[in-house]
Design a protein around this ligand. Sequence first.
Ligand code: ATP
Length: 364
Amino acid sequence: MDIIKIYDNSDKLYYIGGVVRDKLLGVESFDIDITCIGNAIEYCAKFGKVIQENPEFGTIRVEVDGRAVDFASTRSEVYEKKGHLPVVTKIGCTLKEDVMRRDFTINALAMNVSTGEIVDYTGGLKDLKNKKLRVLHDGSFVDDPTRIIRGLKFRVRFGFELEEHTRHLQEDYLKNINYDMSYKRVKKELIETFNLNSQHAFEIFVNEGIYKLVSPAEFKLPEVNIENLIKKYPVKNIWPVYVGLLPDLSRLEFTKEERKIIEDFRSIGSVKTDFEIYKAFDGLAAESILLYGIAKNMNAAVRYLDVLCGIKISLSGNDLLKLGIEPSPKYQEIFDYILREKLKNPALTHDDEIQLAKEYFTVN
Ligand code: ATP
């Protein structure tokens, strides 16, 4: 049962977490994690070219067989500050202790690298078979609320359900959220979840109140099917088209590009005519336009994306100079006039535009 070619008969190495889950589900894994009972940095450097080491966590990334493999020393952790990164209490603990720090039983399976034997301390195999997500202990979401979003991601990605007690624990946590948490990790999980472009994920996110982890005020599910909208109008950044709808985003740290998407969307006022739509949307990211469509006026967004965005005036400042018109605020007036005309009649040629500019200038 080879995932990657590693020649080792020590019984120290176990595939762990997502890679085992994915192997058993028959889906491709994004990354390969191996836990090493003892010290991974000392033991695992021999398997290939070392890419990176992190002594604080006892981890080492090695290129094996052309793939980056993350080897981690078995470790136990405690959440001294709930909602924040855990503190490592022991590096080189038992496999069982290492497994117990994980999020769901399906992510707590280990597979012996040399024999392929599965080690299942938490009932992960049964849950995998029954398509259930089950946390390992009652304080799991209190320790790390990002697990609620991770749960959502796995529910959607694999078609799993929360096991009943875990669902109650989620409900309880969402009634009493501790907002002092690491939003960097929350953001990472939101990105991974909503980049799946799943309406189903968004419905769960809203209907179960998971969004309250980010934005506490009541939020209603928009009527638009965002998944279909994005399929029709593909965007570079999918996740902000979902998460950007929440009223309070102050806890998330955005990149410049993401911030602009949200700010542009929020600053668009009401638009009615083609001219107003064009002026409001021209130059904005498609993400902002979709957000506006979902939250405020879908007809305007679709009108722009289907028709208006393809219309451009060809008249330039140079053309106006050549007509003997001195540069002044009048230029903008003329461009706007030509734009209005072009939106009414997109077939206007460059010569038509020059003719219209001349006429406009003479009359005004
Ligand atoms: P993906 O396929 O999305 O990468 P994954 O399960 O491999 O899923 P990672 O984020 O790479 O997810 O994490 C690897 C493993 O680390 C998980 O399978 C799980 O065992 C553990 N893990 C990750 N995040 C947490 C968390 N917040 N709490 C507890 N354990 C976690």
